[in-house]
Design a binder for this molecule. Structure first.
Ligand SMILES: [Zn+2]
Length: 283
C-alpha cells in the first residue's frame, strides 16, 4: 500500500510542515512492512509566504470546478492528484487548529477501512477524538476525498505560524501510530469488519452575530472558549454582546461545539461548528 503524507495543505500550519519535512529528512521513520510511505509539502508557495493559501483554500479545491480554475492552488491540487492513481493508497493530511481540538482524526470517507484504522489508532491513543465530516461542509472538496482512502490529523490548539514542540509531538505520535495500524491492516487481508466507532458528527456551523451593517457585534462567550467537544446545553449562551452581556440562546438539543474561535474560520464567518455524539456501526 502507498501512503502519502501531506503537510502544509494550509501554508500557515507550520507544525504539520515541520513533520512532513522531518519525514522527508528521515525516511526510515515511515518504514513499515507492506507500506511505501511518501511525504509531501502540499502548498509550497503558501508555506513560503506563511499564509493559509495564495489564491483559494487548497483544502476546498478538489472538485472539478476548482481544478479548472487558473490559480496557484488548482496547480497544487493537480500535482497532488498525480500521486493518487493507484487504488491501494492512503492519504494522511496533517493540520493544526487554533482551537483546543486535542488530537482529532477527521473522517470524510464512508469506507469501513478508514473507520477501522481510526478505531485501532484510538485503542492505542485513548485521547484521540473522531470527527465525522460528511454533512454540512464541502467534504468532497477536501484533499483526502480526492484519494481512495484517507483521513486528516487535526491537532490543537496552536497559533498559526507558531512552532510548538507539544503539538509536533502529538502530530508525530498520531502519524506513527496510524502507520503502525496501517501496517497491521495491510498484513491482514480479512481484517475484522464488525465493529463500531464512537465520535462526533459535524452538524452545522454557527455564524457570528452581526449589526445591521453586517459587522460582527458579539464575541464568543468566555465560558465556552477552549471548551471544544464539551457539552453545550440548549440554553447555554455562546456569545456575549458588545457590553459583555450574555446573548440568550435557545437550541433544540445538546451539542458539542468544535473549532471554537478558529482563526482560519473568521473569513468563512464560522464562530464554531456544532456537533452531535454518534456511534457508527460497521458490518
Ligand atoms: Zn488546516
Amino acid at each position: 500500500m502507498d501512503v502519502h503524507i501531506f503537510g502544509g495543505t494550509h501554508g500557515n500550519e507550520s507544525n504539520g510542515v515541520w513533520l512532513a519535512n522531518h519525514y522527508q529528512k528521515f525516511p526510515h521513520l515511515g518504514a513499515r512492512q507492506g507500506l511505501n510511505v511518501f511525504s509531501h509539502l502540499a502548498n509550497p508557495l503558501a508555506i513560503e509566504k506563511r499564509q493559509r493559501y495564495c489564491d483559494i483554500d487548497l483544502n476546498r479545491s478538489f472538485n472539478n470546478g476548482d481544478l479548472k480554475a487558473d490559480c496557484y492552488e488548482a496547480q497544487c491540487a493537480k500535482n497532488i492528484l498525480a500521486h493518487f492513481s493507484k487504488e491501494d493508497l492512503f492519504a494522511i493530511d496533517l493540520h493544526t487548529s487554533t482551537a483546543q481540538m486535542g488530537i482529532t482524526l477527521i473522517i470524510a470517507h464512508t469506507d469501513p477501512f478508514v473507520a477501522r484504522l481510526a478505531f485501532l489508532a484510538q485503542k492505542k491513543i485513548k485521547r484521540i477524538r473522531i470527527l465525522f465530516n460528511d454533512q454540512f461542509d464541502t467534504a468532497a472538496n477536501l484533499l483526502i476525498c480526492a484519494a481512495p482512502r484517507g483521513l486528516i490529523i487535526e491537532v490543537g490548539g496552536v497559533g498559526q505560524n507558531i512552532l510548538n514542540a507539544n503539538i509536533i509531538k502529538d502530530l508525530n505520535l498520531t502519524l506513527s501510530t496510524l502507520l503502525d495500524c496501517l501496517e497491521e491492516l495491510a498484513a491482514t487481508k480479512n481484517w475484522q469488519s464488525n465493529f463500531s466507532l464512537s465520535g462526533f458528527k459535524e452538524l452545522y456551523p454557527v455564524a457570528y452575530p452581526k449589526d445591521s451593517a453586517g459587522k460582527q457585534n458579539a464575541l464568543i462567550h468566555p465560558r465556552i472558549l477552549g471548551r471544544d467537544y464539551l457539552e453545550l446545553k440548549p440554553k447555554e449562551p455562546i456569545f456575549i454582546d458588545e457590553n459583555f452581556k450574555d446573548i440568550e440562546a435557545e437550541r433544540d438539543q445538546v451539542y458539542f461545539p468544535v473549532f471554537i474561535n478558529e482563526a482560519a474560520y473568521y473569513e468563512k464567518d464560522i464562530a464554531m461548528v456544532l456537533t452531535g455524539k454518534i456511534e457508527k456501526s460497521y458490518f
